[in-house]
Design a protein around this ligand. Structure first.
Ligand SMILES: NC(=O)c1ccc[n+]([C@@H]2O[C@H](COP(=O)([O-])OP(=O)(O)OC[C@H]3O[C@@H](n4cnc5c(N)ncnc54)[C@H](OP(=O)(O)O)[C@@H]3O)[C@@H](O)[C@H]2O)c1
Length: 223
């Protein structure tokens, strides 16, 4: 499977691209600007200390969406709709993963506060926008911090809470998430449960700030 990261030049997208590339996936880093995507590929090569990596490709966001089997959106809330518009035609029929968290920072507020959206959650906003595209929408990677993704060679001590209405798509994303060492995928049920999962991120950021750390994560026990 080819994994395309839309907004892959940012903290979260770059961290996911790094981990998926390390696990041997074919990864495409998308950006509005091809030069930024090329730079992100160079950053990952430097982090890995390897010049020759053939499973990491820079592209513009629409081109990245067109070639990916799984398309992962990693942009701030304020960029969500404009980015979706730029890739709408390219994601037809694909698995689309949204990692967007609606934080108050998108309105100039605090990163520890969640912003309620009319659609219920950021991923449901994407699903509503893409409803005529036959896209299988999945919510994932909201609670895994970029700091832990880029904290190589350490494992990522965090579960990946995954919500979605298409069982096959959810299974594919659960398998992808578990390619990241240390991550366990948790099936959280229907897409609407992302309303709860997205909110957890605001709390994790709060815990990071209160404890002066960067790696706060969540584990589900007893299943
Ligand atoms: N950072 C984390 O630890 C973390 C953890 C969990 C979830 N998340 C969520 O993941 C998403 C991405 O987070 P991030 O920290 O990676 O964000 P970011 O670094 O601020 O932005 C990611 C990318 O989005 C694109 N972008 C930014 N502003 C834009 C705009 N106004 N219009 C269009 N594109 C724009 C940029 O890509 P180009 O300029 O290359 O196009 C940028 O590199 C957010 O929704 C965040 O809540 C983040």
């Amino acid at each position: 499977m080819k994994v395309s990261i839309i907004g892959g030049t940012g903290d979260q997208g770059l961290g996911l691209a790094l981990r998926f590339a390390m696990s041997g996936e074919d990864v495409i880093i998308g950006s509005r600007d091809i030069k930024k995507a090329e730079n992100a590929v160079d950053v990952i090569k430097n982090m890995l200390g390897k010049e020759e990596i053939d499973n990491l490709t820079p592209m513009t966001n629409p081109d990245a969406a067109a070639v990916g089997d799984i398309v992962v959106l990693t942009v701030p809330l304020q960029a969500q709709m404009v980015t979706l518009k730029s890739i709408k035609d390219e994601v037809e029929g694909k698995i689309f993963v949204d990692a967007t968290v609606p934080l108050e920072t998108c309105l100039g507020g605090k990163p520890t506060r969640y912003v309620d959206l009319w659609e219920g959650s950021a991923v449901e906003r994407s699903a509503e926008f893409l409803k005529d595209q036959n896209v299988k929408v999945v919510s994932a990677f909201n609670n895994i911090s970029a700091a832990s993704l880029t904290n190589i060679p350490e494992d990522v001590q965090c579960d990946c809470l995954i919500s979605g209405d298409d069982p096959e798509a959810k299974k594919a994303v659960m398998e992808l998430a578990e390619k990241i060492p240390g991550v366990k995928s948790i099936d959280c049920g229907a897409l609407e449960n992302a309303r709860i999962v997205e909110k957890i991120t605001a709390m994790l950021i709060n815990l990071n700030i209160r404890n002066k750390v960067k790696l706060a994560g969540i584990r589900i026990t007893g299943l």
